[in-house]
Design a protein around this ligand. Structure first.
Ligand SMILES: NC(=O)c1ccc[n+]([C@@H]2O[C@H](COP(=O)([O-])OP(=O)(O)OC[C@H]3O[C@@H](n4cnc5c(N)ncnc54)[C@H](O)[C@@H]3O)[C@@H](O)[C@H]2O)c1
Length: 333
């Protein structure tokens, strides 16, 4: 298939581009580089031994998107482009609503206009709110605690309404759990600006000595050791999940969790990282962080039974590849 990948130079998008090309699909990337770097394109070309078509455009810009759709006969869109920092979204809600909603609307309008019926949307486990674990696709969604989460709830709703109005659309909403790890080459990975919001880049930067110590937000949650429990999934498994979802896409709206189904606490992840890579990660327990929930992990039965996809890589693989990527990146002091 000929697939437009928005946000294809970002963390999850870039790994998915690799999986798409490796499975024989053609890819066009649209990214405005607001949270990525053109070097990623060179790395993608080198990993896949190809010359990927890249447009540096903002996908909220309908004129540019229409030109792109006119020039290329697309079979489908995988829409990753968006802002994702939960904390920032509470400080700058309009920035988040504008970018995350307008990008989805602009692309969906172009899909309708140019008769591109396959649409895969990056949603998030955050839409479940503080439900009882494991999270199942059939659960009623509870309020999220931040504008970022609300953009995902609304993005899902917009696409659901589109399908109601035009049942020929084939829309898959993928609710990601916690992607970590990196491409085994060490060329692609998660490279946040400033102090990381997510746990794994925080761990790797502390291990490397870029940051002094890791802050563990709360150890009084009702979990195995009091620290928060999450469903960590290797980003390459997540990438392969997109290919499986795309290849099995069908009419209507279909929602799938992309996780492993296993919950791991913060302390368990730190210990696994230390053992796997034989390196210490100094940490300190601090106050709970506002908006965090105790436990979040997936019920993955639906995607396993309907699509036959399941995550194959272990927590050790995630820790090894994340550390390999961190060691491969140059630290500018
Ligand atoms: N990483 C996670 O833990 C996680 C979890 C759940 C859902 N998601 C969602 O998955 C998607 C991808 O996440 P990621 O971790 O790869 O993020 P990322 O920031 O690494 O990648 C997003 C990419 O989109 C680009 N972008 C943003 N707005 C754009 C616009 N208007 N036009 C063109 N390009 C734009 C950025 O430059 C970046 O390259 C996001 O929608 C995110 O909300 C991520």
């Amino acid at each position: 298939m000929n697939i437009l990948v928005t946000g294809g130079l970002g963390y999850i998008g870039s790994h998915t581009v690799v999986s798409l090309i490796e499975t024989g699909h053609k890819v066009i990337i649209a990214d405005n580089l607001s949270n990525s770097n053109k070097e990623v394109l060179d790395k993608l070309n080198s990993i896949t031994n190809s010359n990927i078509l890249f447009y540096q455009i903002d996908v909220t810009d309908s004129d540019k998107i229409n030109i792109l759709f006119e020039q290329h006969k697309l079979d489908g869109v995988i829409h990753f482009a968006g802002y994702k920092a939960v904390g920032e979204s509470t400080l700058k809600p309009l920035k988040y609503y504008y970018n995350n909603l307008l990008s989805t609307i602009t692309l969906a309008k172009a899909c309708k206009k140019y008769n591109v019926k396959k649409f895969v949307f990056s949603s998030s486990a955050t839409v479940y709110g503080d439900n009882n674990v494991p999270f199942k696709e059939t659960m009623s969604l509870l309020p999220t605690t931040n504008p970022y989460g609300e953009t995902k709830v609304m993005g899902e709703r917009i696409l659901q309404d589109l399908v109601k109005s035009d049942p020929e659309f084939e829309v898959t909403l993928l609710r990601y759990f916690n992607p970590i790890g990196a491409h085994p080459s060490g060329l692609l990975g998660e490279k946040p600006n400033g102090i990381p919001n997510n746990l794994m880049p925080y761990i790797t930067q502390v291990a490397k000595g870029k940051l002094k110590e890791l802050h563990v937000f709360g150890n009084d949650y009702p979990t195995i050791d009091g620290t928060g429990v999450r469903d960590y999934i290797h980003v390459m498994d997540l990438a392969e999940g997109h290919v499986a979802a795309l290849e099995n896409i069908k009419q209507g709206v279909h929602i799938y969790n992309l996780g492993t189904g296993n919950g791991t606490s913060v302390l368990q992840l730190i210990t696994t990282f230390e053992k796997t890579n034989n390196i210490k990660v100094p940490y300190r327990i601090v106050e709970r962080r506002q908006g965090d929930i105790a436990s979040c992990y997936a019920d993955v039965t639906k995607i396993e039974t309907e699509i036959g996809w399941y995550a194959k890589r272990t927590l050790e693989d995630m820790c090894k590849d994340a550390w390999h990527f961190e060691k491969s990146t140059v630290t500018l002091v």
